[in-house]
Ligand binder design. Sequence first.
Ligand code: DGL
Length: 277
Amino acid sequence: MQEKYQPIGVFDSGYGGLTILKSIMEQLPQYDYIYLGDNARTPYGSRSFDVVYEYTRQAVMKLFSMGCPLIILACNTASAKALRTIQQNDLPQLDPLLRVLGVIRPSVEKIPLLTRTGHVGVLGTSGTVLSESYPLEIAKISGDHIIVTQEACPMWVPLVENDETCNPAADYFVQKNINNLFSRDPEIDTVILGCTHYPLLLPAINRFLPDHVTLLEQGPIVAERLGDYLVRHTELEQKCSKEGSRRFLTTESVQNFEPLASQFFGSKLIAEKIILQ
Ligand code: DGL
C-alpha cells in the first residue's frame, strides 16, 4: 500500500512536453504525474547553456520539493543543455535515489534498428542542433557507422505556440526545413523529430517528408523506455505513488496556458500557476 504522494515529474520549457506526458500516461496510467511547463520563459531553444541549465535546475528543484522521486526532462533543449550537469553536479548533493532522465538517449537508442541506409536526419531547435547532442549520442551507440545531418527549425516552435500549425505559413517553413535537410543528404531514410513541439505539426510534416522515410516520434519511445527503466529500478518504482492522479503547473497565467495546453494534451486540463526562482 502506497502511503506518500510521490508523483513522476514531467518538465518542459512550455507546452511540448505534454505530447510526451500523453504517451507516458497511455502506457503507464497507474502512476501519479505532475507536469511543469515554464511557459513564462519559453522558448529555451535560442537560450545559452547557462540559462537553460539554471532554468531547468530551478524546475527540477521545485518538482523534487513537491515529492517527485523521478523527473523526465520532456524537452530536447533542456535534455541537451542541462541534463548532464544536473546529473553530475546537482543530484550527488541530494538524495541518492532521486533521478532525472532526458528524452534524447531513448530516441537515439532506436536509430540503429530503424535506418537501412545509415543516414539519419534530426529536426530540432537551434539550441538542440548547436549542442550536437544527437550526433554525439548516436556516435556513442553506433560509432561512425551512422551519418547524422541536422536541421534547425527556429520557426516551428513559434508556429506551434501561436496555434498557427494549419496554414500556408506553417507549410512554407516545414517544407523549407525538410527540403534543406534532404538537399544536404538525399540518402536519409530516418528522421528524428527532435523537439517535443513538433508532433503538433505532423500533418504538414507528413505532407512534405518523402514517403520512404521513417519518422521517429519521441512520445511513444520515451514512454516505452520509461516503463523498462521502472522495471529495472524496482526501488525507485516502489517509491512512485500510484493513484493515477495528474496535476498541471505553469509559470504563465492559467488563462493563457489552459487552451493551448489542452490541445497538446488532447483533452481539457485545469492548471495551477507557480513561480520558479
Ligand atoms: N519543447 C522544446 C524541445 O523539445 C522546444 C521549445 C523551446 O524552444 O523551448 O526542445
